[in-house]
Design a protein around this ligand. Structure first.
Ligand code: FES
Ligand code: FES
Length: 193
């Protein structure tokens, strides 16, 4: 007969196993002892105090927690910290240098790609992954790349414009025959969300 509940020694909570993880965060080697259940988002925010990684839903829906995992955008609320062991993690804090903003950050500033800013770090990192792989994306490609990231106040037009601005600044959009405008109505990512 199976039991639904088994009493455990009172000291059980003190014996939670921890694992040492070593990872590179924004180019710097970091190490921590973590419980296997700790989420990567929580290691970054609470462990390393990199609070630019936001947590909006904890359920893989909003994309606010997006970071770069070996250059690939991932939702860090959906990964365990131990999965980052030995990997390269990029957060929004790694975009700017000491003296200047990254072109993606400049684009969001110039094109008014944010209001409250809650979604912005995740948007920027998803955009960075896109531009690293495709320096001259179409509007549709930008909308697709950002489709896992929700914005509840700006709407998407200016965010798309911001990424186009950055692509242009980085030199990729110079020969875009379709004038690069994000103003066209009826685009499939639209204004919902
Ligand atoms: S907090 Fe990770 S997807 Fe929303
Ligand atoms: S700027 Fe407020 S949620 Fe996107």
């Amino acid at each position: 007969m199976s039991t639904l509940f088994e009493e455990v020694p009172a000291s059980f909570g003190d014996d939670v196993p921890v694992r040492r993880v070593t990872l590179t965060v924004n180019g710097e080697q970091r190490a921590a002892n973590v419980e296997p259940r700790l989420l990567l988002a929580h290691l970054l925010r609470n462990g390393f105090r990199l609070t630019g990684t936001h947590t909006g839903c904890d359920t893989t829906n909003c994309g606010a927690c997006t970071v770069l995992y070996d250059g690939v955008p991932v939702k860090s609320c959906t990964m365990f910290a131990v999965q980052a062991d030995g990997h390269d993690i990029g957060t929004v804090e790694g975009l700017a240098t000491a003296s200047e903003l990254h072109p993606i950050q400049e684009g969001f500033k110039d094109e008014h790609g944010l209001q409250c800013g809650f979604c912005t770090p995740g948007m920027m990192l998803a955009a960075k992954a896109l531009l690293d792989e495709n320096p001259n994306p179409s509007e549709d490609e930008i909308r697709w790349a950002l489709s896992g990231n929700l914005c509840r106040c700006t709407g998407y037009q200016n965010i798309v414009k911001a990424v186009m601005w950055a692509a242009d600044k980085l030199g990729g959009a110079a020969d875009d025959s379709d004038d690069g405008s994000a103003d066209g109505a009826g685009s499939d990512a639209g204004e919902e969300g």
